[in-house]
Unconditional design. Structure first.
Length: 431
């Protein structure tokens, strides 16, 4: 991650949940440049894969990030394990034991070192990068310096057949869409025959992406300009995107992966071409969600200022007398406790100011599945999430007992006393 990224951006991103109930926001870690041989992350990445200490640090830091900013999941974009040309090591596949979601390539050359069926036993889904099938790198392989599209149905079909052969169900795969194009410099500027024209040298960089051989959708639209005969090819490409999504639904894929939404133009044409309907821009979404966002903001501000978790303080949870006293020493009253970070029969008190005590509070999230406890803490309507924890505590709700989450977190949710007044007259409407 760029160290210049402001932490407020994380909160702004997860606040999208207030505009669309049920949405989940995940963090994706890795990428092509991240895994480059000799890059700044290559050696630490290998240490993390081989050393339990570094891996544990990564897990702890990720969990803290999820808890603080309310992220719902983790995606590992490792490009690629064991591949010798990508900094891989022979034991990479042995170490790939657990995941939540992960990204896989469409090429057998890189895919052969993924144990996809085994990984999916511990993952929600995998994202297939069904793009970047061709580019400037082809000059280094058997294909040679022939210009080919970076995505097409024929090669995507061949790629997914590799997965069908080993029993991977379509419902576990998200199909990838690239909101960009690969660019080339023609060896013969007069050549116009697909699959025949050759390239030579590096093409010009895009004015914004600043990368040779790569142009974002909005840069392509700027080059095309007003509608003309030259833009018909771009329109046909958008039509192919719709066809891809239609076929995606027919096959039964889990969903879509877009790389990347911010490469679309200001009119959001790429998104609209993909889903086949109008898509509101960010300003329109904010205007439609302003009532809900403001209500959520008011509720969060009120309870977050009035309630505290006394981190570093642990009291006996059996009698709770010490927990009550801990709160009263702060001029507050006990509303619950959190078992995370404390020993057996101990908990950290959660306290609220006397004149702001919620009507009710509860730890939510935690669905047991054999030895695993998958947590996705979500508050009910009219509740505010005050804290997150991998253990939870008291009061408990649903399956939210004291078992530690194998993945995800539980949420401490409290009812805002004036919720009814804040949302009176509000309703959800279709876009």
């Amino acid at each position: 991650m760029d160290g210049r990224t402001p932490p407020s951006l994380f909160r702004e991103t997860t606040n999208l949940k207030s505009l669309k109930p049920g949405i989940e926001v995940w963090v994706s870690v890795g990428g092509w440049t991240f895994s480059d041989n000799g890059g700044s992350h290559a050696t630490p990445a290998r240490r993390d894969r081989a050393g339990s200490l570094q891996a544990a640090d990564l897990c702890q830091q990720s969990a803290a990030l999820f808890e603080e900013y309310a992220f719902d999941g983790f995606d590992l974009d490792w490009e690629y394990p064991r591949a010798p040309d990508r900094g891989g090591k022979p034991d990479d596949r042995r170490i790939l034991k657990l995941g939540i979601s992960f990204t896989i390539p469409p090429s057998y050359w890189y895919l052969r070192w993924f144990k996809v069926p085994e990984l999916l036993q511990y993952s929600d889904f995998t994202s297939l990068m069904s793009y970047d099938l061709h580019g400037l790198w082809d000059k280094e392989n058997l294909i040679g310096n022939v210009i080919n599209p970076h995505t097409n149905l024929t090669e995507i079909k061949r790629a997914v057949e590799l997965l069908w052969r080993v029993g991977v169900p379509p419902s576990k795969i998200a199909l990838g869409f690239g909101f960009y194009g690969r660019s080339f410099r023609l060896a013969d500027p007069s050549c116009t025959t697909p699959g025949v024209c050759q390239f030579s040298g590096d093409p010009d960089k895009g004015p914004r992406t600043d990368t040779s051989g790569y142009l974002s959708y909005y840069e392509i639209q700027d080059l095309i300009g007003p509608p003309s005969s030259a833009s018909s090819a771009a329109r046909r490409d958008i039509g192919n995107n719709v066809t891809l999504e239609t076929r995606q639904s027919g096959v039964g894929f889990a969903g879509s992966l877009i790389w990347a939404s911010d490469l679309d133009d200001n009119l959001i044409q790429a998104h609209q071409g993909l889903v086949g309907r109008a898509v509101p821009d960010n300003d329109a979404a904010r205007r439609k969600g302003v009532g809900s966002s403001r209500a959520a903001s008011d509720m969060n501000k009120g309870l977050n200022e009035a309630c505290r978790r006394l981190d570093g303080v642990c009291g006996n949870v059996n009698s709770q007398d010490s927990l009550v006293q801990n709160c009263r020493q702060e001029g507050m009253e006990l509303v619950g406790w959190d078992a995370m970070g404390c020993g057996k029969d101990l908990g950290t008190p959660i306290c609220c100011e006397k004149d702001s005590i919620p009507h009710s509070c509860a730890w939510r999230g935690g669905q047991s599945s054999g030895l695993w406890l998958h947590c996705n803490g979500q508050c009910n309507n009219g509740e505010v999430q005050l804290f997150g924890s991998s253990n939870g505590g008291f009061p408990g709700a649903e399956n939210s007992n004291l078992r530690k989450c194998t993945r995800g977190i539980k949420s401490f949710c409290c009812t805002q006393n004036d919720y009814e007044g804040l949302v009176r007259g509000c309703a959800w409407h279709k876009w």
